[in-house]
Ligand binder design. Structure first.
Ligand SMILES: Cc1cc2nc3c(=O)[nH]c(=O)nc-3n(C[C@H](O)[C@H](O)[C@H](O)COP(=O)(O)OP(=O)(O)OC[C@H]3O[C@@H](n4cnc5c(N)ncnc54)[C@H](O)[C@@H]3O)c2cc1C
Length: 221
């Protein structure tokens, strides 16, 4: 059943990522890592659903989405970039995506970090973040979603890498076999991979060759 939820706030997370908070319907519950199908509550956009992940926790009074806007796609995300407090979204029931199964390594590309933001926030709130790591790939440092929050998350090891910024002092280059061997301490742990299709495919294949089991999800872009 679709719920109409009023947007209470829109703010910038990076130059092209928006944080959208909205009212939470009574009795609406979800797990960290889950997503729902979202449409914009305007006549020409109500049938155009896209999946987005809750970056809020179920215990929070409002829902939060963290959404990358693609102005060149001429579609839903361009419209999302123009939303304001007072506009409404249509959301469906929560569904699957990634589920935390135990201590491990999160590997994300761009907006693919959103399920891990929810899971990291949840683990942190329970004091169980210790021993988990995040490998987070972006084009440039300015694309890193919630970098300061992630860096401040006690117990989380962050490995940021950039692919298109030679001046950066962060790790550089794509997440391939050599990268994983260099930065990942053990392949005998859970791996959670989320990002654009090619990245998820390549990283999952490398991990399997290195002996790891993965839970992965593709974010279409
Ligand atoms: C389970 C799940 C959870 C997700 N959670 C999130 C999340 O929390 N945050 C987030 O930001 N994203 C998330 N995504 C990704 C999101 O659902 C969209 O796939 C993403 O925003 C891209 O949408 P789109 O291209 O369909 O968007 P739109 O903006 O609607 O664009 C669609 C149109 O753009 C055009 N187009 C498509 N690709 C290109 C291109 N490369 N260049 C030019 N034009 C193009 C086509 O004409 C198409 O009709 C999630 C995806 C999944 C599967």
């Amino acid at each position: 059943m679709a719920h109409t939820v009023r947007i209470t706030n829109v703010s910038d997370v990076t130059h092209d990522v928006r944080r959208i908070t909205c009212e939470k319907p009574d009795g609406y519950t979800f797990e960290p890592g889950q997503a729902t199908d979202v449409a914009i509550d305007k006549p020409e956009w109500r049938d155009e659903q896209r999946p987005f992940t809750f970056t809020s926790l179920n215990s929070w009074p409002e829902l939060e989405f963290t959404i990358k806007v693609y102005p060149d796609h001429d579609g839903v995300t361009e419209q999302i970039g123009m939303l304001h407090a007072g506009d409404s979204l249509l959301i469906d029931e929560p569904w699957g995506a990634i589920k935390f199964k135990g201590q491990g390594c999160f590997i994300a590309g761009g907006a693919g970090v959103t399920p891990f933001i929810a899971i990291i926030r949840d683990l942190q709130s329970k004091g169980e973040l210790n021993g988990n790591s995040l490998v987070f790939s972006n084009k440039t440092e300015s694309d890193i979603i919630l970098r300061s929050e992630l860096e401040a998350a006690q117990g989380l090891e962050n490995i940021f890498t950039v692919t298109n910024q030679s001046s950066s002092e962060l790790a550089r280059g794509k997440i391939d076999r050599e990268f994983l061997q260099k930065y990942v301490a053990s392949f005998d742990q859970e791996f959670y991979v989320c990002g654009p299709p090619k990245m998820v495919e390549d990283v999952s294949e490398c991990l399997e060759k290195l002996g790891a089991k993965t839970d992965s999800i593709v974010f279409e872009e």
